[in-house]
Design a protein around this ligand. Sequence first.
Ligand SMILES: CCCCCCC[C@H](O)CC(=O)SCCNC(=O)CCNC(=O)[C@H](O)C(C)(C)COP(=O)([O-])OP(=O)([O-])OC[C@H]1O[C@@H](n2cnc3c(N)ncnc32)[C@H](O)[C@@H]1OP(=O)([O-])[O-]
Ligand SMILES: NC(=O)c1ccc[n+]([C@@H]2O[C@H](COP(=O)([O-])OP(=O)(O)OC[C@H]3O[C@@H](n4cnc5c(N)ncnc54)[C@H](O)[C@@H]3O)[C@@H](O)[C@H]2O)c1
Length: 725
Amino acid sequence: MCDKGSMAQYTRVSGFVGLITLQNPPVNALSAAVRQGIVDMVERALSDPIVKSVVICGQNGNFCGGADIKEFGTNMSGPPLVPMIDAIEAANKPVVAAIEGSALGGGLELALGCHYRIAHSKARLGLPEVTLGLLPAAGGTQRLSRLIGVPAALNLITTGIHVTAAQALQLGIVDQVTDHNAVEVAVTFSLSVAGQSMDARRISTYPCPLPSDFDALFEGVMQKVRQSARGAIAPVACVQAVRAAATLPYTKGMEREQELMATLFTSGQARAQQYCFFAQRAVGRWRMPSGARWETSKPMPVHKAAVIGLGTMGRGITVALAQTGLSVVAVETQEKQLMEAKQAVSGMLERGAKRHGVAPMLDRISYSQNIQAVAEVDLVIEAVFEDMALKTEVFQQLSAVCKPGTLLCTNTSALDVDKLASEMPNPELVVGMHFFAPAHVMKLLEVVYGPRSSPQAVATAMQLGKKMGKVSVAVGNCRGFVGNRMLMPYLQQAFFLLEEGATPELVDRALEEFGFPMGVFRMSDLSGLDIGWRVRKRDELVEPDMASGQSARIRQGSRYSPLGDLLCEQGRFGQKTGQGWYRYDKPGSRVARSDPWLHSFLVEYRARHGLVPRSIDHQEVLERCLYALINEGFRILEDGIAAGPEDIDVIYVFGYGWPRHRGGPMFYASMVGLAKILERLEHYQQAHPDVPYLQPSSLLRRLVASDSPPIHRWREVIKKYQSQL
Ligand SMILES: CCCCCCC[C@H](O)CC(=O)SCCNC(=O)CCNC(=O)[C@H](O)C(C)(C)COP(=O)([O-])OP(=O)([O-])OC[C@H]1O[C@@H](n2cnc3c(N)ncnc32)[C@H](O)[C@@H]1OP(=O)([O-])[O-]
Ligand SMILES: NC(=O)c1ccc[n+]([C@@H]2O[C@H](COP(=O)([O-])OP(=O)(O)OC[C@H]3O[C@@H](n4cnc5c(N)ncnc54)[C@H](O)[C@@H]3O)[C@@H](O)[C@H]2O)c1
């Protein structure tokens, strides 16, 4: 009664039920072999006169993670999904989906073709195709809209969110939720409906319930989607497909779904987003130049953690740790700061708990003004001011107070983690855990290792990051690590463009049209101009505004723009002071308005320095800012600070607002063409010979000389290049 050769196993259970089990670990993706297996096994079950009903489930407590994304770039063979699902729906015996684990994308579409859906209470369901630059093209847009109505379907399909079994029941996606074995419940249920007509259970035959404010609804959703999509085409196509479900008969709607999918499927955006999907998973398989790697490095258990310094970052980190289920000791020396932090942390936890319908983890946190309180913790995250002397002092105190083996992590943005480690008795226990603000929200974590960091320390920080729901990327130690280091040439080019004739509005518009949520100047206003100013002062780059002409714009032999310093000297720190590159109605206000003062200031500045303004277009803004940033990315790969282009891309997509549909800076470079990037960098370098960041990196030259291999083969070239150094 069992066919074991196929990727869909067939068994007869309870005498009369054909049980089809998808078998394609780890997520039972619908590869060609699985689809063939389903087609064959469904046919077998329907033609077997003893079989009264059919149950479809997935192996190892996991229903199905959808179409096999790895097949997308290949010549797809095997039976197509749509007729396979149609055949299931048309069956004259009841077919029940037993959903455990996840039913996502094509997996949920398969379940929607079944006559009933029974889910385990821990199951998750969704149509996440939009996050891969696609739409649910196996009938998902047409069936889900008919089943749960247009507004709810639009929400699920355009965002790609996963819903819990309880939410799915409430929405009407599943018929029953159980805490017991979902397959057994489905088998019993299928027998209870055996022999009944399934006519009323075929979703494709349902009329699509139309909301009364139909046109207004679609117009509103389309507007919202276009705004948040920032140039991504998949969310727009998703809305169009649901609209087809609402306005066309099923077969016509399906044709529209296929048409829209065909456009998306071959678009560069889908390739970029699917690259991001795999890159996000690839960064978990980290390796260090020493040869240490993820598979062979065992993380230490972390039950209790401490946070030192409860400013902007410390508060967010405390919240994120508590939400992960850890006990947290939060230490802040300033009484006033401590009181404010307590209130802020409780507020963040309460709001988070309300959103997720869970209890706030307030009792997981104990507060103290005394560093002695951290004696028993397994891991400490330091988030005091960005000052090497202070951080060294705090680390020395920690080394004296903490139990042996406690991992010491710093949240520094740019200080030398290895130098900090070298001052400690146990440098192998020191790593950077570079969170991004707000730390309980932002998904990115850079785990910074130095030559002395032990693989176990890196493994522990990486695992903790994952538990905190972060996308953690292991990177080497250098000024600014990966993200902030690449930001330097980007910011520098933006300043130079202002000197040469651009306005903040023009530069920001070009970057926002490219897909960044905020241009560089709006972003600087939000994060505070004083942060960079303090760093430049420490680096002795800031000079009194006395001189004029070119010499005033040279520091340490290279071109330098003092524009940011001049604004700070006027007290223009951005949103918090109500003035920066833009003006705001009041300090703290978020709406950036053009500032005539700034424009006159730029005119006067250019005149004083003998700069003749010229007209600058969007193309130049993108090339200067983005290619300089990409060039630094190649240098980072050259130096072995990032293990591969995926690491850089994940950092930029999750930490810096790089549009996902453009895949990350290094993927974008591979799409533009490395030869073109090199040619444009050479062009700009000739025009600006005093800007070292525009000098093309040797690795970029090497890749172009090697016929610009596809991005998945860059690592081979990098390895060869490094071995020759
Ligand atoms: C014209 C053509 C028409 C076609 C019609 C298509 C219609 C359909 O609508 C399209 C789709 O279904 S689109 C699909 C829509 N579905 C989705 O978007 C769901 C995508 N998957 C997920 O969201 C998560 O994997 C789960 C939540 C399922 C599990 O999370 P977790 O437990 O944290 O596990 P994890 O670490 O995430 O993954 C483990 C391993 O499995 C791998 N892998 C996973 N799914 C895969 C797949 N579908 N495929 C291949 N591989 C897949 C993953 O790469 C990793 O392997 P690696 O070697 O380490 O890289
Ligand atoms: N703010 C950001 O966007 C951001 C992003 C990533 C990393 N960082 C880094 O995180 C660290 C903290 O930044 P922040 O913005 O949260 O600073 P912050 O000024 O908001 O807070 C620092 C806190 O540390 C406290 N503190 C100082 N000395 C202490 C000591 N010895 N013991 C306990 N507490 C002490 C201060 O009283 C203050 O409350 C810095 O290294 C910064 O570079 C900041």
